[in-house]
Design a protein around this ligand. Structure first.
Ligand code: AKB
Length: 318
């Protein structure tokens, strides 16, 4: 039986919906506690314990840690870039207090390891755009980016000061089929599949040539688990690791989807998220993650598109 008791906060979100399922395969359903303020997918709700829970409440955190004797926490609860821009106060409260509360509870000693997701949003308009290195200028000009860079600083501080084993990656745009798009700027690359399968056209809120770093969810989950399973001595970055999968723009993914749906049309009508996308890097240098814990992506654009369509189609066309 697994010694670990894992708690995933934000289990109904984009990453949580996949991560809970994978963690339960490794540790067993009963040893992975899923939680969120809203109900998660049937797969998550049926596969093991679920708690309705608000990460902003420090008392509730301690209660759940003691109730289940939690040893590892994956704190995924966050407002993404598009939504955060519309409600900065709530974004700060959710993205920041949640992490701060968990790290403080970890100081009490039961929780041995913490995972927290950062993002390419820590970079900003002054960052080198191509092949952005691990250590680069981080002057984000978005609400979400400000919460992520502050969070990274807290992770490193809690590690250095209290020896908390906190680990993190800077996710690029994640593309998955289990959860609906969740308010991110890169989420056009999820939404586009729903439109390709159900309709014949899509109105994209980014311009055709907006290149961004992206990753297929199975690679994102594998990266998360590989990092969490790596020996402590190999972890040299306690803020957050750069992570890369692929880079494309809306025009290129449209072409790839047209291999399956030749009549599929995309028209472009940019909104405020264009400004967010323009402030982010176009490609990422993740050589430090490769060196430290052997990171290597498996999916490229076409293999991601093929798999997304195979997995999403039966869910949308009954
Ligand atoms: C977003 O677009 O907000 C996220 C991210 C890049 O972190 N997907």
């Amino acid at each position: 039986m697994s010694k670990e008791k894992i708690w995933v906060i934000g289990a109904s979100g984009q990453i949580g919906s996949d991560l809970v399922v994978e963690l339960r395969k490794i540790y067993g359903g009963a040893n992975v506690i899923a939680s969120d303020i809203k109900e998660a997918s049937e797969e998550v709700m049926q596969g093991g314990p679920f708690e309705h829970f608000d990460v902003c409440s420090v008392d509730e955190i301690s209660h759940i840690v003691k109730k289940y004797k939690i040893t590892e926490v994956y704190n995924l609860a966050a407002l993404l870039s598009g939504t955060a821009e519309k409600d900065p106060r709530f974004a700060w409260r959710l993205n920041m207090n949640g992490l701060f509360n968990i790290l403080n509870v970890a100081r009490e000693g039961f929780v041995k390891k913490v995972f927290w997701p950062s993002s390419i949003a820590v970079f900003g308009p002054t960052t080198q755009k191509e092949n952005t290195p691990q250590v680069a200028v981080t002057e984000p000009n978005t609400v979400y980016g400000i919460t992520k860079i502050a969070g990274e600083r807290w992770c490193e501080w809690f590690h250095d000061k209290y020896n908390i084993d906190v680990r993190s990656v800077r996710y690029p745009g994640l593309i998955g089929y289990k959860a609906l798009p969740g308010g991110g700027t890169t989420d056009y690359a999820v939404d586009i599949f729903y439109h390709a399968i159900q309709q014949k056209n899509y109105e994209c809120f980014l311009s055709a040539d907006t290149k961004l770093p992206m990753m297929y969810m199975p690679d994102g989950i594998r990266a998360t688990l590989d990092l969490m399973h790596a020996p402590q001595k190999d972890i040299s970055v306690r803020s957050s690791y750069n992570l890369a999968g692929m880079t494309f723009d809306p025009k290129i993914i449209h072409e790839s989807i047209k291999r399956h749906y030749p009549d599929f049309k995309v028209n472009y009508k940019t909104d405020f998220r264009q400004g967010i996308a323009d402030s982010w890097p176009q490609s990422i240098d993740d050589s430090v993650a490769t060196r430290d814990w052997g990171w290597k992506p498996e999916y490229d654009l076409d293999s991601m598109v093929d798999d997304m369509i195979v997995k999403l189609k039966p869910k949308l066309i009954k």
